[in-house]
Design a protein around this ligand. Structure first.
Ligand SMILES: Nc1ncnc2c1ncn2[C@@H]1O[C@H](COP(=O)(O)OP(=O)(O)OP(=O)(O)O)[C@@H](O)[C@H]1O
Ligand SMILES: [Mg+2]
Length: 272
């Protein structure tokens, strides 16, 4: 990544340190169950998941298709509620909140990155990144300034006016990462963020995540099917049949920035 502008996230999570066992819990799940009811059929997607994730952690979630990963991410992201069990987010019990209250928490505390990028196709990269701040009531000039900073921090200075269809997959995902950042979230959730990307572009996206985690202390949770990608995280949790099957620290964390330095440069096809 050529452009590495600093984005000011100093108000949040700056002093996170996962090495300290006393880092503040950001997520506490206590015996979470999720049962989907479809007509007469019940699907027990989560069967008693208990988990603590602390400030400054970088966690990869793995497990077979249907094991409950996205269900758990939706609960952690306050997009859905558990059927049973308690969820404390950043010290606040969110298991019983209304839809509107959850939307408010999402907007203030959580940034989302999805496999399919989920950008608005008819608006520029800049406007896509400004959108969460519009919802949060951030004033116009400040909105623009923060969006420009966030785009620069993911190496997209100069591409602000491009629409998603004028950007490569990796660039679109970087816009999505910038959008996830602008409200200075305590937590970023990414569900298979590299699922649609080639391998070099995947490493580029992981480099951004590692930088956000290391330099800004942002807590990150990422779902992936790829063991290679999971090794950029500090901790890997494996799901099986709605339960946690394994939960381990990564002994030898990969370093995306270093790997990129050793990969041959690819010239951006849209470069002037
Ligand atoms: N909205 C829903 N309604 C009914 N059942 C659902 C719903 N969402 C998920 N499920 C079921 O819950 C179980 C867990 O699904 P989930 O999407 O969490 O799996 P996953 O681990 O994310 O899988 P994948 O790797 O394929 O994305 C599956 O059996 C799935 O069919
Ligand atoms: Mg899923």
């Amino acid at each position: 990544m050529s452009t590495v502008a600093e984005i000011d996230l100093s108000t949040e999570a700056k002093h996170a340190d996962v090495e300290t066992p006393l880092a503040r819990p950001v997520i506490q799940l206590d015996h979470i169950h999720k049962i989907y009811t479809m007509g007469d059929v019940e699907v027990h997607a989560l069967r008693g998941v208990s988990l603590t994730i602390r400030e400054g952690e970088f966690v990869a979630i793995m497990g077979a298709s249907g094991s409950g990963k996205s269900t758990m991410m939706n609960i952690i992201g306050c997009l859905d509620r558990p059927s049973r069990g308690a969820y404390i987010l950043d010290g606040q019990d969110v298991s019983e909140l209304s839809k509107d209250e959850r939307a408010d928490i999402r907007n203030r505390k959580i940034g989302f990155v999805f496999q399919g990028f989920n950008l608005l196709s008819r608006t520029s990269a800049l406007e896509n990144v400004e959108l969460p701040m519009l919802y949060a009531g951030v004033e116009g000039a400040e909105r623009r300034r923060r969006a420009l900073d966030a785009l620069a921090s993911v190496g997209l200075a100069g591409r602000e006016q491009n629409h998603p269809n004028q950007l490569s997959g990796g660039q679109q995902q970087r816009v999505a990462v910038a959008r996830a950042l602008v409200n200075q979230p305590a937590l970023i959730l990414a569900d298979e963020p590299t699922g649609n990307l080639d391998s070099r572009t995947s490493v580029e996206v992981m480099e951004i995540f590692q930088r956000l985690n290391r330099e800004h202390g942002i807590t990150l949770i990422l779902v992936t099917h790829e063991p290679d990608i999971a090794e950029y995280a500090k901790r890997i949790i494996v799901f099986k049949d709605g339960r946690i099957k394994r939960d381990e620290l990564v002994a030898d964390q990969r370093d995306a920035a270093e790997e990129l330095r050793n990969l041959p440069e690819i010239v951006d096809e849209e470069e002037d």
